[in-house]
Design a protein around this ligand. Structure first.
Ligand code: SF4
Length: 409
């Protein structure tokens, strides 16, 4: 695992992946580490990344590196006073190599003094910060809270009576979650979720015309980064669908599952016990935070990781790992819980994404031929998915009708 220095004076810069990045920065600040989230990437970010990448990297890598290059080029930027945040993970996916590439690019730019902070998925991101347990607990609470307000957003926005109102409420809720995380989370975050629930409850919505529910699975960066996925969720909503987005918390639970499995195989009982307790703690806080909003959520809450892994066992060995096991396991779970279509998002040439797309025909055959759309995004901004999405939503609507007819027979 890479060294994770704890800085109290240097600013930790976090490239904007998604709104969860904001709670990570807030938790770091709460622990006395100045932290800032960089602006949402745009075309200039991609161009800056492409200038230094070799063309074989995945788009999230180019976008993330581009964000840091733009930061480093800002007038007055002092590399000695900055740290770049870049989590890593092992396995056969390229992700584990990007920290090395990033270091190489920074050196080429003459920024040898600029440090990179890299917590590692291999050990479930342990050892993160000077008081890692407390920091991880705070990050966890913030991440779960953002996942939950995003659930509220996607379940309400397609049915809102006043356009824009749900987005406004979501932004205000996000601010509240970030501020409360920075203030230490805990009971205050629980109270914040109660207030947020009351505000969502008061939103004027109309559920009289149900929309086909579309599960979005796949590569984590693209799922959440609205610049890179060309605002996929809004595009689905604009043509009549409702989206159920795979959450961020699922990845953390998966890293626990991997670490538990590895420590059991290696006979590391103490490590196993610590991770088991962490997992228990995380579930406890998740349930505490869900409670105030549970009555507002129409769709089933998060399935356990063990169930997702069992789902895919007939098709693929979970030990082979990468995001593809989560993606496939989740797609099966979604179909079993009323989703009428699956969109699998992936960066162009993403290794886990290609595995999932390759398995999709077999999965679909066992899932009543559920409509399934693989979308590869290439950071060129021109995936031109509208026509494919329209055909897909039509198929999902037909699938929904078929399901309803079967249930009423
Ligand atoms: S998951 Fe896909 S996009 Fe992400 S680093 Fe791995 S290969 Fe690249």
């Amino acid at each position: 695992m890479a060294t994770i220095p704890t800085h109290t004076s240097k600013t930790i810069y976090i490239s904007y992946m998604c709104d969860h990045s904001c709670v990570l920065a807030a938790a770091l600040r709460a622990h006395g580490m100045p932290a800032e989230v960089l602006p949402m990437p745009n075309d200039e970010t991609t161009t800056a990344g492409m200038e230094f990448c070799r063309g074989r990297e995945c788009s999230p890598c180019m976008v993330t590196i581009g964000s840091y290059i733009r930061l480093a080029r800002q007038p007055g930027f002092n590399p000695k006073q900055a740290v770049l945040f870049f989590p890593t993970a092992g396995g056969f996916c390229r992700f584990g190599q990007y920290e090395v590439l990033q270091r190489d690019i920074l050196d080429q730019l003459g920024l040898q003094n600029l440090e990179i902070m890299s917590p590692d998925a291999e050990n479930s991101y342990q050892g993160f910060g000077q008081n890692p347990t407390r920091l991880r607990q705070l990050v966890w609470q913030g991440v779960v809270a953002v996942d939950l307000i995003q659930k509220l957003l996607y379940e309400h926005r397609p049915y809102e009576l006043k356009p824009g109102q749900t987005d406004q409420l979501y932004q205000a809720s996000l601010q509240r979650v970030v501020q409360t995380t920075e203030a230490g989370g805990g009971k205050q975050l629980h109270l914040a979720m109660q207030d947020i629930a009351e505000q969502f409850e008061a939103l004027p919505i109309d559920h009289s015309k149900p929309r086909p529910l579309i599960g979005v699975v796949g590569e984590i960066f693209l799922r959440f980064n609205t610049y890179s996925n060309l605002e996929l969720i809004r595009a689905v909503e604009a043509i009549g669908g409702e989206v159920q987005l795979t959450t961020m918390m699922e990845w953390f639970y998966y890293t626990n599952w991997v670490y538990l499995r590895n420590s059991r195989t290696r006979g590391q009982r103490l490590e196993w016990g610590k991770t088991w307790l962490t997992d228990l703690y995380q579930h406890y806080h998740e349930h505490r935070l869900v409670k105030p909003i549970a009555h507002l959520l129409r769709h089933k809450h998060e399935p356990p990781i063990a169930r997702l892994m069992n789902n895919i066992r007939p098709y693929y060995e979970p030990r082979l790992g990468t995001e593809s096991v989560l993606t496939m396991g989740k797609a099966i779970d979604m179909q079993q819980n009323g989703v009428c279509g699956i969109i699998n998002v992936m960066p162009f040439s993403c290794m886990p994404g290609i595995i999932t797309a390759g398995m999709a025909t077999r999965l679909r055959a066992d899932l009543g031929n559920i409509p399934w759309l693989d979308i590869a995004f290439d950071a060129q901004g021109g995936t031109n998915i509208t026509t494919r999405l329209e055909a897909f939503i039509y198929q999902a609507t037909e699938y929904q009708r078929r399901l309803e007819t079967t249930h009423t027979e």
